[in-house]
Design a protein around this ligand. Structure first.
Ligand code: ASP
Length: 299
């Protein structure tokens, strides 16, 4: 049976994700894309995780506007949704975009109509007691978004995951509620193919966590995979891509950004701009789950 070789995933939600991927991979008749979708959906469904899905943070209008994407290595196909309102599992909708349409990304109203047509239920605001309370504090001016410079103070992370099966087939995906209390309509790197995620079968894959405005302007995930294509091991590739971003966009050093990569040999690596307790990643293999702290590339 084709099983899981390795999965890696970013941030606190990555723990839930890799464990769910590991669990999902034990069911017969399932594939890397099923494991990835179920792993990311488990994080989306967990209301204690304040970066993705129902537990996430709303935009400045108090709406849970979710972004997600999935990409498959062997078929080189991707699906994504952005600014999706009302649906608890944007990764499931992104997968349908990949599987059921000739398109790659659906946004806003169109994404919502598509999700409904696919049988997903519009659950309205999706705010939890915690996110409502934080949103009300934001409206009262009690949330200091400038304190960290990048809105990670109140959630606003991403779960990005990469899966490799025992046939060495790769897939990757992301899910996020984006920056906490973001400008309505704002979309970050996470659902952007090449920005927040990318996979090329035969080479490897990369996914990002952190300040989307920085990473999408350097094509961070694609850039990291191209470093793998040049023959760098994943750790060196992630560090080289991070050094490129620091050169091109020195302001990224004031923000938290993490890129993680997996090569075709199943080796992982990662690099981040600065210290942050949530900017680590998790790795699951048949021998268990471990937490990895990526090196800080800023001063
Ligand atoms: N990458 C996400 C975005 O920019 C947010 C984050 O990971 O902090 O929307």
């Amino acid at each position: 049976m084709n099983g899981l070789k390795i999965a890696i995933a970013t941030g606190p939600s990555g723990f839930v994700t890799v464990n769910s991927i590991l669990e999902a991979s034990k069911a017969s008749g399932t594939s890397r894309l099923d494991w990835l979708e179920l792993g990311l959906a488990a994080a989306e469904a967990d209301e204690t995780l304040h970066d993705v899905g129902v537990g996430g943070m709303p935009d400045a209008l108090g709406r849970m506007s979710l972004d997600a994407a999935i990409m498959d290595g062997p078929t080189h196909r991707a699906g994504a949704v952005a600014g999706l309102l009302g649906f608890r599992s944007p990764i499931a909708v992104a997968r349908r975009v990949m599987d059921c349409t000739p398109h790659v990304m659906l946004v806003g109203e169109g994404a919502k109509r598509f999700a409904e047509a696919q049988g997903f239920t519009d659950e309205g605001a999706l705010l939890t007691d915690y996110s409502r309370e934080r949103y009300e504090a934001f409206l009262r001016g009690e949330v200091d978004l400038e304190a960290t410079g990048d809105q990670h103070i109140d959630g606003g992370d991403t779960v990005g995951a990469i899966v490799m099966d025992t046939d060495n087939q790769l897939a990757c995906g992301t899910s996020t509620s984006g920056l906490a209390f973001k400008m309505p309509g704002r979309v970050g790197d996470s659902p952007i193919i090449g920005g927040g995620l990318y996979v090329e079968q035969g080479i490897g894959s990369a996914v990002c966590l952190g300040m989307g405005e920085q990473m999408m302007q350097v094509g961070m995930a694609m850039r990291t995979v191209m470093k793998l294509a040049q023959g760098l091991p994943p750790q060196a590739a992630a560090e080289a891509a991070m050094r490129d971003m620091i050169r091109l966009r020195p302001s990224c050093l004031g923000t938290t950004c993490l890129v993680i990569a997996l090569n075709q040999a199943g080796d992982a690596g990662g690099a981040r701009t600065k210290e942050h307790p949530d900017f680590h990643y998790w790795q699951a293999t048949q021998s268990g789950v471990i937490k990895i702290e990526a090196p800080v590339m800023g001063d």
